[in-house]
Design a protein. Structure first.
Length: 441
């Protein structure tokens, strides 16, 4: 029996309801969700399963995997989180969002089957996504881990290929600040006798140690596979010298992707480990054409406008390299104008420090959510960021401007920009969402 909502309610009503049925937003552990999943037989698929964990790069790795496999002709389901504008972004089947009614039906199925077991919002929506995938004929299911790995809701499913993309400090309240411990938590998605892809450059030893402990088949970057970037192309190759069941040992002259190259290389390793026949052309087209909202997402020109969800030091460092490259490619001097909103539980100073060398002008604002950092907190974070970078706050050519909302900050940044400048909105998924909503009206 449904508890206090019925199947005829709207998707918006259901989402509000899901936020109310568990006392906390995050509760680590697989006991409750595991029981419900077992009762409803939601953990097995007539499809290959890839699970993707990591501090950064999960979304872009999933996007590469999805595009490659779709271009190879497979039916593919993907989970992702959080969404930017529409909840339905969290589940894609063959590259498309599903109808609101499909989500409502899956929610009703989980609600009817959970009994008295309470589930967090993420747990409930993860189970609903698994139900949606079981209701269609898929060849591959790609699950993006939400938080950590070992205790994340997605880990109730045993993957044929498990991927760890990067390791850095984020969600410190839940995962701590020891990278070795964080790496071990993320490696918790590995399974005995199954392929485990480590795309982490210079990974903590705990990843290999855990793979060895449980008997997972570890495939690591710079050990088992390698990639090399050239001026306009890049190459990928396995370390093996003998052909392996028709798997290509190398790909040369690949197009430089729009999303991070490291994650493209990781995705190719995962595809090669999957045991499916994937043509060379699908690898090439998938790498070239993979896109993901909020990852150096271009909005317009004159001035150039981009959105990026970078919200921790590692992702901010990558964003800095992208902006530096754009500056170098410009035919005349340009300013980089940043619009920043962040959450209060993030390392604001270290994240902004990664961008102090490339950003010329700062527009700061508080986000419209409970976890938002106040504008003053971001201002203080920028002061600390300048200090971390060995600079004086007074050395800024233009003092930071504070605004009441991200929308106002974005509008002000555009008014101050010359036609050849670069405007970047970053700091959180919420930042990207608020700017996107402002632009779309």
């Amino acid at each position: 029996m449904l508890n206090s909502i019925n199947k005829s309610q709207s998707l918006a009503d259901w989402l509000c309801y899901l936020e109310s049925i568990h006392p906390v937003n995050i509760e680590m552990g697989l006991g409750r969700i595991g029981r419900v999943a077992a009762d409803l037989a939601l953990t097995t698929f007539d499809a290959k399963v890839i699970t993707v964990a990591g501090t950064n790069g999960k979304g872009s790795t999933c996007a590469f995997l999805e595009r490659i496999l779709l271009d190879a002709g497979f039916n593919v389901g993907v989970t992702s989180s959080p969404h930017i504008q529409d909840f339905r972004e969290r589940v894609r089947v063959n590259g498309n969002m599903l109808t609101a009614q499909a989500h409502v039906d899956s929610f009703a199925f989980i609600e009817a089957g959970r009994g008295d077991t309470t589930l967090t919002y993420f747990e409930f929506t993860t189970l609903a996504a698994l139900k949606l995938f079981q209701d269609v004929a898929l060849d591959v299911v790609i699950l993006e881990v939400g938080l950590g790995g070992r205790l994340d809701a997605s880990n109730i499913v045993s993957a044929d290929v498990a991927v760890v993309t990067t390791i850095d400090i984020d969600h410190a309240d839940w995962l701590g600040t020891d990278k070795a411990v964080i790496a071990r938590e993320k490696a918790g998605i590995f399974r005995q006798g199954k392929k485990a892809i480590c795309g982490v450059i210079n990974p903590p030893s705990t990843i290999a140690a855990y793979a060895d402990e449980i008997g997972a088949d570890l495939i690591a970057v710079n050990h088992d596979y390698h990639y090399t970037q050239h001026a306009d192309t890049w190459d990928w190759q396995l370390s093996a010298t003998e052909p392996q069941d028709g798997i290509a040992l190398a790909f040369s002259n690949l197009e430089i992707p729009q999303l991070p190259l490291q994650n493209a290389a990781t995705a190719i390793a995962a595809v090669q480990a999957l045991g499916l026949v994937v043509p060379d052309r699908a690898i090439r087209s998938g790498v070239a054409n993979a896109r993901l909202s909020g990852r150096m997402q271009k909005l317009g020109s004159s001035p150039l406008q981009f959105l990026d969800v970078a919200h921790n030091p590692e992702s901010a460092r990558y964003l800095a390299t992208q902006l530096t490259r754009l500056k170098q490619l410009a035919s005349s001097p340009v300013k980089v104008i940043a619009v920043v909103g962040m959450l209060k539980d993030k390392d604001i100073a270290a994240s902004l420090a990664a961008l102090t060398e490339v950003v010329d002008s700062w527009h700061l604002a508080s986000l419209q959510c409970d976890r938002a950092a106040a504008c003053q907190q971001i201002e203080l974070g920028l002061v600390d960021a300048m200090r971390l970078s060995g600079k004086s706050h007074d050395s800024l050519s233009q003092q930071p401007t504070s605004h009441d909302t991200i929308a106002q900050a974005w509008q002000s940044a555009n008014q101050s920009a010359d036609c050849n400048d670069i405007i970047i909105g970053f700091g959180s998924f919420f930042t990207v969402a608020e700017i996107t909503q402002h632009i779309s009206g």
